[in-house]
Design a binder for this molecule. Structure first.
Ligand SMILES: Cc1cc2nc3c(=O)[nH]c(=O)nc-3n(C[C@H](O)[C@H](O)[C@H](O)COP(=O)(O)OP(=O)(O)OC[C@H]3O[C@@H](n4cnc5c(N)ncnc54)[C@H](O)[C@@H]3O)c2cc1C
Length: 466
């Protein structure tokens, strides 16, 4: 039996690799970096699931249909029903798989922008991306040690070419740490992630979104769209790319006061707004529904910045900060957030009057309690009862390249399709490298889900392929 070759050791490649093993196959997983994890280990808000055990325990009434509707609305005119159905209907089983097979804690559920109800899962420990991805890494490393030798992990192994026999993809060629070229035979799952760090002058961002080339990014330097290039460079029956101009610019990248111009920035997790963080202009007033979808919040931020009303700050009161304590402790330790003993200190720091700043919080609380209607349309409020004397956390933020919605054309079975819509034999793809799952805007928490759902499907189908 030929092994399945999985290219990329982020959450999607790892999910595909475990799925191959569960379906009786052998697997070789390659990653070009010295360590596995990709962008998956950076994920900080959580993973979506609708109709999960955690939601039931917390009395959250949700269904795959409601999740489908939210995703379709967010995807707009680029919504693809087959891919959205695959994502949402497999979401609760994906959460179940992670908790039961890998012991990942996903017991907390919060709400992110564009979701009708809380459905973004994380655990009580550190960042969810690390918690989930490292659990899958550890289990795969254990599989590799077993005498059956059904799993093998190759690091510092950059795949540079897909091998073909006629139309069929039959394996890969990779460069090892010494620059030697090595060939491997077997069906291939491409899980190389997105192109959110491909800022080269002839790269994918320059080609598809030249207007974003000057922006900072929160992606790791591996995210250069290698899989996109490999799949579209097949010598016959090549794959195609869709929605490549759909790049998600996240509204809240931290501006590190120690290096404000750094190209790579840390992300201020969307969960910070989910627990009650407010976005404030230079004068201390709000300008947007903080719970809006990312594209809407980013557009409003541009208006503020371009009209000279920036910088924009993210401000959290004590209750909100406590709900995301481990996140906030990390951001404070990196100097990305600053702690203030009370609102007076925040006002002095921002050079605004305490009365005006306090007015922002008093109005927000009256919107939360239903006495007045929020002029920006906010309807979901958390931890909005803020006292002047409590501790506050404050950060400077800016829009950042975050996620690439466009990518390789696949069907709901993770087959890579050619321009006529026909599956390319021996060729599967999953995770951020695939295009079209989120249409014009990805909802927070849906990419880790995409990685797991399509990784599991790709692994199963590759294991069963001839
Ligand atoms: C800061 C940050 C926070 C995020 N937070 C969230 C969140 O809370 N929830 C959510 O749902 N999503 C979140 N996302 C998005 C999400 O993390 C990613 O979209 C997702 O993890 C992508 O998984 P992946 O496995 O497809 O790719 P990745 O995790 O990026 O892995 C790709 C792997 O492929 C390897 N690779 C690339 N090219 C080659 C090659 N030629 N040969 C061999 N190996 C190769 C890379 O080295 C890498 O290890 C966040 C993203 C970032 C950057």
């Amino acid at each position: 039996m030929e092994p399945v070759i999985v290219v990329g050791g982020g959450l999607s490649g790892l999910s595909a690799a475990h799925s191959v093993l569960e379906h009786g196959g052998k697997v070789i997983l390659l990653d070009k970096k010295p360590a596995l994890g990709g962008n998956s280990v950076k994920a900080s808000s959580g993973i979506n699931g609708a109709g999960t055990d955690s939601q039931t325990r917390l009395n959250i009434n949700d269904t795959p249909k409601k999740f489908y509707d939210d995703t379709t609305k967010s995807a707009g005119q680029l919504a693809r029903p087959n891919l959205i159905t695959a994502l949402t209907s497999n979401s609760a089983p994906a959460i179940d798989w992670l908790t039961k097979n890998f012991g990942v804690d996903l017991s907390l559920v919060s709400i992110l922008g564009g979701h009708f109800t809380p459905r973004t899962h994380r655990g009580t420990g550190g960042a969810p991306g690390w918690a989930i991805t490292s659990a899958l890494m550890k289990k795969l490393a254990l599989e590799e040690e077993k005498p059956e030798q059904r799993a093998k992990i190759l690091k510092n192994a950059k795949v540079v070419k897909l091998l073909q026999d006629g139309d069929k993809v039959t394996g890969v060629e990779y460069e090892d740490g010494q620059g030697q070229k090595v060939k491997l035979e077997g069906p291939v799952v491409i899980a190389t992630g997105g192109f959110g760090a491909d800022f080269s002058p002839t790269g994918l961002i320059a080609t598809h979104r030249p207007d974003l080339i000057q922006l900072p990014t929160v992606n790791g330097d591996h995210a250069t769209g290698d899989g996109h290039v490999l799949i579209t460079s097949l010598s016959s029956q090549s794959g195609v790319l869709i929605d490549m101009d759909q790049v998600q610019v996240h509204p809240t990248g931290f501006v590190d006061p120690a290096q404000p111009d750094a190209k790579t920035k840390f992300l201020a997790a969307e969960a910070l707004r989910g627990v009650g963080g407010l976005l404030l202009k230079k004068d201390g007033s709000r300008f947007v529904n903080e719970m809006e979808k990312r594209d809407v919040v980013t557009a409003k931020m541009w208006e503020v910045i371009q009209s000279g009303q920036g910088p924009v700050r993210l401000v959290l009161g004590m209750q909100a900060a406590t709900e995301l304590k481990s996140h906030c402790d990390f951001y404070l330790s990196k100097g990305l957030m600053k702690k203030f003993a009370n609102l007076q200190e925040v006002a002095e720091h921002m050079q605004v009057s305490l009365k005006d700043l306090q007015g922002t919080f008093i109005s927000h609380e009256s919107f939360a309690s239903g006495q007045e209607k929020d002029p920006f349309g906010k309807t979901q409020f958390h931890n909005s009862d803020i006292k002047v004397e409590e501790t506050f956390l404050v950060a400077l933020i800016t829009p950042v390249v975050h996620y690439t919605m466009g990518g390789v054309l696949v069907d709901e079975q993770a087959h890579v399709l050619d321009a006529s819509g026909k599956p390319i034999p021996g060729m599967y793809a999953s995770g951020e490298v695939i295009g079209g799952v989120h249409g014009k805007n990805r909802l927070g928490g849906s990419s880790l889900l995409e990685a797991v759902v399509f990784g599991r499907i790709a692994g199963e189908n590759a294991a069963k392929s001839e």
